[in-house]
Design a protein around this ligand. Structure first.
Ligand SMILES: C[S@@+](CC[C@H](N)C(=O)[O-])C[C@H]1O[C@@H](n2cnc3c(N)ncnc32)[C@H](O)[C@@H]1O
Length: 370
């Protein structure tokens, strides 16, 4: 029989404290295969291998419950774990390399005296909002009918974490809210008296497991570098998760919305490498509900003016929506000019007559509840 190791020996070998090993045993994550005659924990070589897997997933930001499911899956052997871990790491490496390249470009631009954001804006996530966020409050505010749906989905949650909170438009007024927002520009625009806001990103939430009754994310996951990792974090820190997002698949808003279909096809490239809404829902075991957009939607998000096309001619409306910055000034100019011409000639009405009779439109917006 293989040599069995004491808990102290395993701790020294792996750099994990004895206390942590005891905890992993108590929660069933790593139960040593044997006990010594005096009742002490005794770890086999397989136990140590499993511990290495646990630690690798932990370093990648997975929560303990999730890791228990992953390493406890009898269908995944050591090689499959190594392959999965390698894939996750290569993915991070690619993202880090892309960010380093973007920073190098910006450093080079600054060395040449250019300090304004480069166009088209390649920035992503919080950096994008640090660049465009000051234009946000002009047209972005709570849409009460959609807020009511989100707040109902939160159920009886008393403590709520709002991830990617921005200026806090959808924070329920009658619960104890903690906000998370990585962009300094967005944090600075939170109104006086708004919920406390922590500077952090969804992918690595600085909270203990199960710290909140519910976690919500409104119109933000498409900005995260790793939406699935961020959603897993939400699941880790909260018992219930509520996400408002969009279905960007072919059957969703991409072809359904006249603005993307007829004027701004560049949007397709923006979503090309993003996980689908089905993948997102599966990752957190969520059910999905469609959310119709009222014709007079108060929050000026991208699809909000579907029955008020003239609004898109207004720079303030476009300035508060990241899509327009991300497609770049050339595409923006062309789309706006074509739309202006089509509105003047009656072509837009001709093409979209049927939606003028609707009070609310199904444009792929979804509420995910897990
Ligand atoms: C369209 S705004 C939505 C803000 C707010 N939820 C609302 O509905 O008004 C998207 C927000 O996501 C934030 N964000 C970007 N990357 C993020 C990340 N990795 N984790 C959390 N939030 C992020 C941005 O800084 C921005 O404030």
């Amino acid at each position: 029989m293989d040599e069995l190791l004491t808990v102290g020996r395993v701790a020294r070998l792996t750099g994990v404290s004895v206390r942590t090993l005891h905890h992993y045993d108590e929660v069933g994550l790593l139960v040593p295969s044997a006990r010594t005659t005096s009742g002490h924990r005794a770890y086999s070589a397989e136990d140590v291998e499993r511990l290495r897997e646990v630690l690798a997933y932990r370093r990648l930001g997975f929560g303990l419950r999730e890791i228990a499911d992953l390493v406890g899956d009898p269908a995944t052997d050591a090689v499959a774990h190594l392959r999965r871990l390698r894939g996750l790491l290569v993915d991070r490496q690619d993202r880090a390399a892309a960010m380093v390249a973007a920073i190098d470009r910006e450093l080079a631009a600054r060395a040449m005296g250019v300090t304004t954001p480069q166009v088209p804006l390649k920035a992503f996530g919080a950096r994008l909002y640090d660049a465009i966020g000051s234009a946000y409050p002009a047209t972005r505010r709570t849409e009460p009918r959609i807020a009511a749906r989100v707040w109902a989905a939160l159920g009886d949650a008393r403590t709520v974490l709002n991830v990617g909170a921005g200026t806090g438009s959808y924070e329920p007024p009658d619960r104890e809210v903690t906000a998370v927002e990585p962009s300094a520009v967005m944090r600075a625009q939170r109104p006086p008296g708004a919920a406390p806001c922590v500077a952090a990103a969804a992918e690595s939430l600085p909270f203990e497991d199960q710290s909140f009754d519910a976690a919500m994310a409104f119109s933000t996951i498409h900005h995260w570098h790793d939406p699935i990792a961020g959603l897993r974090e939400m699941r880790r820190v909260a018992r219930r998760v509520v996400v408002f997002t969009h279905d960007a698949s072919d059957t969703g808003w991409r072809h359904r919305f006249w603005l993307t279909r007829d004027y701004l096809p560049e949007v397709v490239d923006l979503v090309a490498d993003r996980p689908s809404v089905d993948q997102v829902a599966r990752a957190i075991g969520a059910h999905m509900e469609p959310v119709l957009i009222p014709w007079d939607c108060a929050d000026g998000f991208f699809e909000a003016h579907w029955r008020r096309p003239e609004a898109y001619l207004d720079e303030r409306v476009r300035g508060a929506v990241s899509v327009w910055a991300r497609v770049g000034p050339q595409a923006q100019r062309r789309a706006v000019e074509t739309l202006r011409d089509d509105l003047a000639s009656g072509r837009w009405v001709e093409r979209n007559r049927e939606i003028l009779a609707l009070d609310a439109a199904e444009l792929g917006l979804r509420l995910l509840v897990a």
